[in-house]
Design a protein around this ligand. Structure first.
Ligand SMILES: [Zn+2]
Length: 135
């Protein structure tokens, strides 16, 4: 349970980092585009051609166009959101994945977590159930 919780937390961290990097890239691109287009009328086709022609070279002399950063930023942002959603799902799935076995009647039932003592829903005995499997 603790292990799954940690996985969920790191998933959230990765998702947040992805979202943040994506947002920063998109803000940088918007800022660049706004600097160039604020003087002229902001036409969508102007913006489109600017994205493909305007270089943005802060990465070791390697020249990227604004469009590459727009695509990368959008992909990172969406990927981050997906990771965030998935880590939430992992967390809820982890909460109902323990199969317990009654030592008296040998029946199984599902529980939210492994318990030291529990009432068997089949024979109504108060037993120490064995964990058959998790996950
Ligand atoms: Zn039982």
């Amino acid at each position: 349970m603790r292990k799954v919780l940690r996985k969920e937390k790191s998933g959230y961290a990765v998702g947040l980092i992805f979202c943040l990097i994506g947002l920063i890239l998109l803000v940088v691109v918007s800022w660049k585009a706004w600097l160039h287009l604020s003087g002229s009328q902001l036409v969508l086709s102007d913006l489109w051609s600017l994205l493909w022609t305007e270089p943005l070279d802060f990465a070791f002399g390697v020249e990227f166009k604004l469009m590459h950063f727009t695509i990368l930023g959008t992909a990172l942002f969406l990927g981050g959101i997906v990771v965030l959603l998935l880590s939430r799902k992992w967390f809820t799935l982890a909460g109902e994945s323990v199969l317990l076995t009654c030592p008296y009647c040998k029946n199984h039932w599902r529980a939210s977590r492994a318990k030291g003592w529990a009432e068997c829903p089949h024979c109504r005995q108060f037993v120490q159930p064995q964990v058959k499997k998790t996950g």
